[in-house]
Design a protein around this ligand. Structure first.
Ligand code: ZN
Length: 294
């Protein structure tokens, strides 16, 4: 059995030029829940001037149905994001930073050390405010500006985030630079440093076509939690040439074929992907919705 965190409503829509209405976001999330998805990253508490696509975070959360067993996550990148998130019904704060100085300076105007220190305080306060807190380590598999990101830098930030109170961590391949061998090595390094009980997830982008290969490497290394995006929506507006996340229905089709339980309805997911593609008025990356379920 694997656990999916659907990030299309956040990571996906954030990188689309078309501004998606609050109505459509709520409808999309409802459709995903109806198809069996239980964990979703639905909003980002980021400056609306920088990311207008996410300006309606509070409205989206206000309008989402409360469904038993469904968890809503919101991305938090700074203290001001935490202040906004605390006033909402969001269940989980997805506190994120990148682990390369060059990328983090461009993105957050802080070095990795400065962001780690600031966000560790944000995590501790989030826990005090009775929110679940998930730590997301971006550019964990490489940086488009700096190249290799040393594993020990990623481990150091991870340790600070865990000490601050994160109940889980996710390694994110922000610009699609990971390869399957590196994924295996990274998972092993994390297991060695923090033990088998660490709740570790993986977040891949399909920028260089390796999204599913990396997902499979993670699965074989023992990971059971993966982020993905319906229809392959998404990317990162700050990353050069980033494309969408691993596509949810393509990933589920792979796991179905392998006999791995996902507790989702693939037909409903494909329908949702097609509905989204029509709304976006451009071809999306998902392949299963074009080929059909075999
Ligand atoms: Zn991403």
């Amino acid at each position: 059995m694997i656990e999916i965190c659907e990030v299309g409503p956040r990571d996906g829509l954030q990188n689309e030029c078309k501004i998606v209405t609050t109505d459509t976001k709520v409808k999309l999330i409802e459709k995903l829940i109806d198809a069996g998805i239980r964990s979703l990253e639905v909003v980002s508490f980021v400056n609306p001037k920088v990311v207008p696509q996410m300006a309606d975070a509070e409205d989206v959360l206000d309008r989402l149905p409360r469904v038993e067993g469904v968890r809503y996550g919101g991305l938090v990148l700074s203290r001001s994001g935490l202040d906004r998130a605390e006033k909402t019904e969001v269940d989980f704060l997805h506190v994120a930073m990148t682990t390369s100085d060059a990328f983090n300076l461009k993105n957050a105007k802080r070095t990795v050390e400065q962001s780690t220190e600031e966000l560790s305080k944000v995590i501790a306060e989030g826990v005090q405010a009775n929110k679940g807190v998930s730590g997301i380590l971006g550019t964990a598999f490489g940086c488009p500006y700096e190249g290799d990101v040393p594993v020990k830098t990623v481990l150091k930030t991870a340790e600070s985030f865990l000490n601050a109170g994160c109940s889980e961590l996710t390694l994110a391949d922000t610009t699609g630079m990971a390869n399957p061998v590196q994924v295996t090595e990274m998972v092993e390094a994390f297991r060695k440093a923090f033990g088998e009980d660490l709740n570790l997830g993986l977040h891949f982008h399909n920028t260089r076509g390796l999204g599913l290969a990396n997902t499979l490497a993670g699965y074989h290394a023992g990971i059971r939690r993966f982020d993905s995006s319906i229809a392959g929506l998404g990317g990162c507006p700050f990353a050069p040439k980033a494309v969408g996340n691993v596509c949810t229905e393509d990933m589920i089709n792979m796991f179905n074929g392998m006999g791995v339980e996902t507790n989702t309805n693939l037909e409903k997911l494909v329908e949702t992907a097609k509905w989204m593609e029509q709304y976006m008025e451009r071809p999306l990356d998902g392949m299963l919705m074009k080929a059909g379920i075999a």
